[in-house]
Structures are given as structure tokens and as C-alpha cells.
Design a protein around this ligand. Structure first.
Ligand code: NAG
Ligand code: NAG
Ligand code: NAG
Ligand code: NAG
Ligand code: NAG
Ligand code: NAG
Length: 434
């Protein structure tokens, strides 16, 4: 039955041509590091702290000509977990090296002021990068190490990546020894919210953070758990047997009366949505009425993203494909979705998406099934960054391209500044805003 549905969906999802055509912008055999100095390079090599095949590119976001990438510390030997490269290719055939962001010290394993494990981040239209740090390393090995508190860190890209906030999550939201902060989207309404998928195996859910309240909580539901029917699949010849709960998330367009967070467990054939009205209410007793099963897909999905005009882009892992669904025009997800790119070489495991300020959709494809099974061959291309012109901005902007009003985030307020200074700055700002 499942297979028949899969085939049917495959037929419905006929491949369409331009304008959503993907071109390959970057390809990497391994992730090369831009070492800040020869001393540091020697030190890292002496301690065997750089194992090239263990550095898989996952997260991607673009801001003002810079491409920010993440290399989650799934395995040992990852010196840079958050970095950047220029978003334009300088020389063909020479993949750019990954520079540490905001600096080298912020990558130190075991230093809880630095990043331990970054998989995803989001950049708001004011240039503030909201970075997820799970705090654990070597999560894909039999001995994961719980090193630091899981937290959300806000960096100011317009000020050399200065730390604006560091927000630790309480144990009751996501315990430090089981947390897995996977993906993040931002909602600028009602004082500012972040929604985060916690791919925690035992207690999966959506973490909600209210910037205004400076509080976080977790929303749990059966639809966020891994589903048996989807735990076993093939990518080419490679079998993937893995139960993974809620993973990719996408927030619906800004210009609508009601907003929805779309999500799917990686081990699932379903797309779900939850109304943000339900997420924003910390005291809600029953989330069920806010949740909807949007429909079935032909395959498992990792990352997703929504554009300003309401088009959802998502990967289909077993098909080496990226699909879209126009949520404004095609009311049925099941019949409306269509594949816009399929390539059994270049599109293996579409992991993460970004939409830049010029109307391009970017995607990292990293053949994670090979990485999981220790089958990375440095003599081959393993990671790619592809892009397509979609003539639209991200879900964080109005459909007409203008920027909504965004919450103000004062550097270090409450965290480091003495109260009197904090109050003083607030006072000045209050006057400035009059
Ligand atoms: C995490 O800690 C809790 C409480 O100490 C414990 O019950 C649980 O088994 C731990 N989980 C793992 C994966 O070690
Ligand atoms: C990287 O992969 C390409 C394509 O397979 C190959 O031609 C090239 O030799 C590889 N580079 C290295 C340094 O192994
Ligand atoms: C949104 O933009 C996409 C890509 O350009 C296009 O295919 C789609 O029709 C647009 N949808 C609406 C509702 O305008
Ligand atoms: C763009 O759209 C937003 C939301 O509908 C509206 O508030 C704003 O005035 C529009 N701006 C322009 C320049 O059309
Ligand atoms: C996004 O798409 C909509 C509808 O397709 C279009 O009206 C709008 O101008 C686009 N926005 C940008 C910034 O290109
Ligand atoms: C936010 O709450 C955290 C504790 O969860 C605290 O450490 C921090 O100082 C608070 N930040 C602000 C700006 O109030």
C-alpha cells in the first residue's frame, strides 16, 4: 500500500522546468579550513583535532554577500562548527575555505562561552544571527559528550558578530544530556519568537522562545515522533535505517491573518502544521486543536523553507529531489506539490535551505547517508551548494519585499550590564523612539 502511494505521488509530482532551475554554485570533496595562523594549524594537526572526512556541511544562511555555513560536531575532529565563505565563487574548481565565525576562539570545544555544536541558525532582516548550540558533541558516535548547556546565541552580523544574547534552555525544556537543537525559524510578531525543532529522541518537540518574556517552553505532540513506516529507506544503493523525530520546520508567510509552523519528523511521510497562536500560549493545556495533518509526501524530508509569497520548498531524500508547494494557490498539499529538481548525483540529501536578499533559494546537499555510514571518499565531491532563482524573499519579509517592524535587542541587556546602565540605555532608547 505504502509503495503504491509512493509511486502515485511520484507520478503526480511531474518534473517541471525553469524558472526554478537549480545550478551548482560550490562543490567540496572535504571541508577545508582557513587556518588563522600556522601555529594554530600545527597545534590542531598535532592533537588530531581535524579529521577531514568528519566535517560535513549542513546549515546555510546568506547575508550581504557572505554565506554562513555550519559543520555539526557529529563526529570528532571538527575544528570549526560555525563559519563563512564568500557567497560568490572566486575561482572555479577551487572550493573556498571555511573561515571561523565570529572568530576562532568561539569554536573551542569544552569552553562553554564558545560554540560546541551548531547545526542551524537564522538571520533576521536586521542582520542578527540566531544560532542554536546543542552543547553536545560526537552525537553520531556511541559516546556522545554532553559538554555545555543547550542554548540560543544571538550575534550581531553588523558588528563583527558581537554576542547580543546568550539564552540557556532549562533542563525541563531540553535536558543537556539529550537535547538536539536542530532547526530554527523566527517570528517577528508579538515581541519576537523563535521556534526550534528539538530532535531529542526520548522527548521530541517544538521549543518556543519569547524574546519579550525571555522565556522558553516546549510543545509536544504525537505527530512530532518518529513513525515506524518511514524508518527504513534507500538512497540509491544505500539503505538508511534510522528513527528520527521532528526535524525540518518552516514558518508560513508573514502576510496572512493566521501563521502556521510546518514540520515533519524525518522518519515520516507526512507534513504537519501547528498554528502559531497555539505555540505562543505558554499555558495552553491542549495543543491538539491547533495541529493539522497537511498531507502525504513521496519521501522523507530534512530541511524546509517558505518564501514571502507562501511557497514551501522541501527535500525528498529517497528521490534526490527538491519539491515545492504553493500554499496560496494549491489548497491541497497532496495534489499540489511538485518536484522542481531531481539529480541522483548532485542532489543527494538536500539538507538545509536559505533564501537571500536577491531572490535566490540556496540548498546544501551533503549525502548524509554516506556520512552516517563512514563512506565519505575525499577523492570525490561530497558536499554541494546549489541555488535557484525564485524571485522572492524569505518568510521573514512582506510579500512586497518590505521589512516588517522588528524587536530591538540591546547588547548584553540583563546578561552583563549592571542594572543601572541597562536602565539608562533603556531610558535613552525610550526617548529616541518617542
Ligand atoms: C540523562 O539524564 C537523565 C537524568 O539524570 C537520565 O535519566 C537519562 O538516562 C540520561 N540520558 C542519557 C541519554 O544518558
Ligand atoms: C575531488 O573530486 C573530484 C571529482 O571526483 C576529483 O576529480 C578530484 O581529484 C578530487 N580532489 C582531490 C584533491 O582528491
Ligand atoms: C510565488 O513565487 C513562486 C516562485 O516564483 C511562483 O511559482 C508562485 O506562483 C508564486 N505564488 C504566488 C501565490 O504568487
Ligand atoms: C508592503 O506590505 C505591507 C503588508 O501588507 C504593508 O504594510 C506595506 O505598507 C507595504 N509597503 C509598500 C511599500 O507597498
Ligand atoms: C514575491 O512574489 C509575489 C507573488 O508572486 C510578487 O508579487 C512579489 O513582488 C514578490 N516579491 C519580491 C520581493 O520579489
Ligand atoms: C534571560 O533569562 C536568562 C535565564 O534563562 C538570564 O540568564 C538572562 O540574564 C535573561 N536575559 C535578559 C535580557 O533578561
Amino acid at each position: 500500500m505504502m509503495m503504491i502511494t509512493g509511486i502515485l505521488l511520484g507520478c503526480l509530482a511531474a518534473v517541471t522546468a525553469a524558472p526554478n532551475q537549480f545550478g551548482e554554485k560550490f562543490q567540496f570533496n572535504v571541508t577545508d579550513i582557513a587556518w588563522p595562523s600556522d601555529e594554530i594549524k600545527t597545534q590542531v594537526f598535532d592533537k588530531n583535532e581535524y579529521i577531514p572526512v568528519n566535517n560535513a556541511i549542513a546549515g546555510i544562511k546568506v547575508w550581504k554577500g557572505m554565506m554562513y555555513l555550519t559543520v555539526p560536531r557529529w563526529k570528532p575532529g571538527v575544528p570549526v562548527t560555525l563559519g563563512f565563505i564568500p557567497a560568490e565563487l572566486i575561482m572555479r574548481d577551487i572550493p573556498p575555505k571555511l573561515h571561523a565565525y565570529p572568530n576562532w576562539d568561539m569554536q573551542t570545544v569544552g569552553d562553554c562561552r564558545a560554540f560546541q555544536f551548531v547545526q542551524s541558525m537564522e538571520i533576521d532582516p536586521k542582520g542578527r544571527m540566531w544560532v542554536l548550540d546543542t552543547g553536545r558533541t560526537e552525537t553520531m558516535t556511541t559516546e556522545p559528550k554532553a559538554r555545555c548547556n543547550p542554548r540560543l546565541v544571538i550575534l550581531d552580523l553588523e558588528n563583527n558578530g558581537a554576542v547580543l544574547r546568550s539564552i540557556p534552555f532549562p533542563e525541563s525544556v531540553t535536558p543537556h544530556n539529550e537535547s538536539y537543537l536542530n532547526d530554527i525559524v523566527l517570528d517577528s510578531t508579538d515581541g519576537g519568537f523563535a521556534y526550534i525543532s528539538d530532535t531529542n529522541d526520548r522527548d521530541p518537540g517544538i521549543i518556543v522562545f519569547s524574546l519579550e518574556k525571555n522565556r522558553s517552553w516546549k510543545v509536544r505532540h504525537d505527530s512530532m515522533k518518529k513513525q515506524k513506516e518511514a524508518e527504513d529507506f534507500f538512497i540509491g544503493e544505500q539503505r538508511v535505517i534510522k528513527g528520527i523525530p521532528i526535524d525540518g520546520i518552516a514558518l508560513s508567510q508573514l502576510d496572512a491573518n493566521e501563521r502556521f509552523l510546518y514540520y515533519c519528523p524525518l522518519s515520516s511521510y507526512h507534513l504537519y502544521s501547528v498554528s502559531t497562536a497555539g505555540l505562543k500560549d505558554e499555558d495552553i493545556s491542549n495543543i491538539d486543536p491547533y495541529i493539522r495533518d497537511v498531507g502525504r509526501k513521496s519521501s522523507q524530508t530534512d530541511g524546509m523553507i517558505m518564501s514571502a509569497n507562501g511557497t514551501l520548498y522541501f527535500g525528498l531524500l529517497a528521490d534526490d529531489a527538491v519539491a515545492l508547494w504553493d500554499s496560496q494557490r494549491d489548497l491541497s498539499f497532496t495534489t499540489g506539490q511538485r518536484i522542481i529538481a531531481r539529480d541522483h548525483v548532485r542532489m543527494q540529501w538536500p539538507d538545509s535551505f536559505a533564501i537571500d536578499d536577491k531572490g535566490y533559494l540556496w540548498c546544501t546537499t551533503n549525502a548524509l547517508h554516506n556520512f552516517m555510514h563512514n563512506k565519505i571518499d575525499p577523492r570525490q565531491v561530497n558536499y554541494r551548494i546549489v541555488r535557484a532563482y525564485i524571485e522572492n524573499l524569505s518568510y521573514q519579509y512582506h510579500e512586497n519585499g518590505t521589512t516588517p517592524e522588528l524587536p530591538i535587542i540591546i547588547a548584553g541587556a540583563g546578561d552583563r550590564l549592571p542594572m543601572a546602565i541597562g536602565t539608562f540605555i533603556f531610558f535613552i532608547l525610550a526617548i529616541a523612539l518617542q
